[in-house]
Every structure is written in C-alpha cells, then in structure tokens.
Design a protein. Structure first.
Length: 185
C-alpha cells in the first residue's frame, strides 16, 4: 500500500482516469517518480498527464499491489484480470529456463536416445517470426520455378539429365517448406 497516495505525483494516460483503458505497465523510475501506461500509450509519452496517485487508485485499486517496486523496476500485466508481475523477475525466470535447458543438454549429450521423441536441445528452436523464415524459402523457390523451364530446355541433354531431375525435385520441396512455415501457427 502506498503511504500517502495524495502526495505522490505520477504520469498516467488520460484514458485510464476516465476508465476507458486499463493500466498494463507500471514503472518506478530511478528518480522516485511513477509512470503508468495502457496498451494504447506504451510508446507515447506525450499522451501522459500528471495526476496524483489517489486519482489512479480510485479507478484501479490493484495498483496498490505494486507499491513494493524498487526504484528502477517495472511491473506488467496482460489485462485487468491478470495479476501484476515484476518484469525483473520475469527476465530472471527466462534466463533460468535457458540455463536449465543448457544443463539438461550438457547432462544428456552422450545419451543417444534422449533428444529423440520430442526432446529438443535448447539451442535448436524455430524462430519467433515463422512468416519471415518461410519467405526465405518461398522467394528462392518462386525464382527457381520461374527459371526452371529455361534451364530445362537449355540443358536438356543426355549429359545433364541428373541435374534437371534434381531441380524438378528441389524446387517444389523448397516451395513446400516455405509454404509450411508461413501457414504454421
């Protein structure tokens, strides 16, 4: 709980005070001031107005639960239904998960059956943006598909039939991988 909310000056979006938006990010700055953001105003500091903490607490009483934040820390939540989480703790949990995955990989690197059947080593993962990764396959596949007739008719001879068959197999395969990554959710 904040000791004297009327004396604490904060910056918050005007939409939060009119109860149209929910505070989803709170930051306790190093100088001791507080800044609150809604989803619409995450990167727009010019939309923030100065108000007292008591005005914000009248709209959203759950903000009392983050009064423990140290200077320089921040808290985040997905919506009004979710609890506040210290973003420093979330970052540490992510690092701990990475280290736990590395320890598992290190401990089982000589076990030939451990990383089969669904266990994936921590350093092998699919990229977060699967569409961009799929485009890396799809664009060369489309270019290859456009060039394929010219290559086949130009090089169709007894000597080069293996290369033509390879192209006929590889280009649809590359296109299929690209389409698979783009459609994968």
């Amino acid at each position: 709980m904040f000791k004297d909310p009327k004396s604490i000056s904060i910056k918050a979006p005007e939409e939060v005070l009119t109860d149209l938006e929910v505070v989803v990010y709170a930051e306790h700055l190093v100088d001791g001031s507080w800044v609150f953001y809604s989803k619409k105003t995450m990167d727009k500091d010019d939309l923030l107005i100065s108000v007292s903490m008591s005005e914000l607490l009248n709209v959203d009483s759950s903000i009392n639960s983050i009064s423990y934040l140290k200077k320089g820390d921040s808290a985040i939540r997905l919506s009004a239904k979710h609890n506040w989480k210290n973003s420093y703790e979330l970052a540490n949990k992510r690092i701990e998960d990475i280290l736990a995955g590395h320890n598992e990989w290190q401990g089982n690197q000589y076990n030939p059956g451990h990383f089969t059947g669904g266990n994936i080593p921590n350093w092998m993962h699919e990229p977060g943006n699967k569409t961009a990764f799929g485009l890396l396959y799809l664009i060369p596949g489309i270019i290859g598909l456009c060039v394929l007739p010219f290559v086949i008719f130009d090089n169709w001879s007894i000597k080069n039939w293996e290369g033509n068959i390879m192209l006929l197999i590889l280009i649809p395969l590359i296109l299929g991988v690209g389409i698979r990554y783009i459609l994968k959710k």
